[in-house]
Design a protein around this ligand. Sequence first.
Ligand SMILES: NC(=O)c1ccc[n+]([C@@H]2O[C@H](COP(=O)([O-])OP(=O)(O)OC[C@H]3O[C@@H](n4cnc5c(N)ncnc54)[C@H](OP(=O)(O)O)[C@@H]3O)[C@@H](O)[C@H]2O)c1
Length: 295
Amino acid sequence: MPKVLITGAGGQVGYKLSALAAGYGFSLFAAGHADLDITDRSQVNAAIARELPDVIINAAAYTAVDKAESDRDAAYELNCRSAGYLAEAAQKARIPFLHISTDYVYPGKGTAPEAEDDATAPANVYGQTKLDGEKAALDACERTLVMRTAWVFCEHGNNFIKTMLRLGRTHAELRVVDDQTGGPTYAGDIAKSLLRMASAVLGSSDFAGYGIYNYCGSPFVTWREFAEAIFSGALSQGIIKQAVKVTPIPSSAYPTPAVRPLNSRLSMEKIHRVFGISPSDWKAAIADLRGYAPA
Ligand SMILES: NC(=O)c1ccc[n+]([C@@H]2O[C@H](COP(=O)([O-])OP(=O)(O)OC[C@H]3O[C@@H](n4cnc5c(N)ncnc54)[C@H](OP(=O)(O)O)[C@@H]3O)[C@@H](O)[C@H]2O)c1
């Protein structure tokens, strides 16, 4: 049974990876932040020497997008330099390295879904550190697969759905940004896709498709449309007691330290062609919202 080492196992994607790995035929070393600090190169090398994984999936990251604007060094350390440490170790062990990146590497203009080889130009510090991290990983390990994803949510951890459900309990009306469009992506679907990619490369003696793959949810919506779908489900499931009126606003009316791209649509043609992976069905993932509801 091949063994997968998962870093950042306490995060949204790491949690789902850890829960699903056995179902894909992997034995598991799930390392939370306290078990393995990936900014410490010697800890990374020691963990790989001790655990002898057949594949590494890095789900650890600096994900506080706004905080990164004023905390550049810490974001760079985790998203770039540490990705390089893991990739270097994977190269030394001659095993594949799967790494997660973001739609924020793109400038996010226009309306066309972004393809893997479209031009990158991050609009914020987080996106730049993630782009540098992709490059560090791809340069250090020839068996690197990068998945760029977007708008991640799950029952575990902090995300937009949890925020909406919390606010929906106390607000009859909310203003939500309506000029950023993307595909909400269920962390469980990201985890399944990564495990499927890992199985595919381990099962092939001559896999030639290392590189970057885009993956997100479908259909594409604005944050306002996503919020309306959440409130509609929450009302019908009795999670909130009254309807929430969602007022559309432009991004300019909700200033944040980090600029967000307006177009977060990702093209999934390549991941489907190479791995047979379909978009994350976010509507199915929120069909039952009880797991997301605050206590
Ligand atoms: N969330 C999104 O909307 C989104 C969108 C696009 C791409 N992505 C990418 O998807 C991936 C997974 O994101 P996510 O939403 O699952 O992130 P998350 O929930 O914020 O989880 C990140 C995990 O990394 C851990 N971590 C922090 N510093 C660490 C260190 N030095 N060593 C080891 N672990 C450390 C954190 O642990 P502590 O909390 O204990 O520090 C946390 O459990 C990331 O690469 C992210 O950039 C996310």
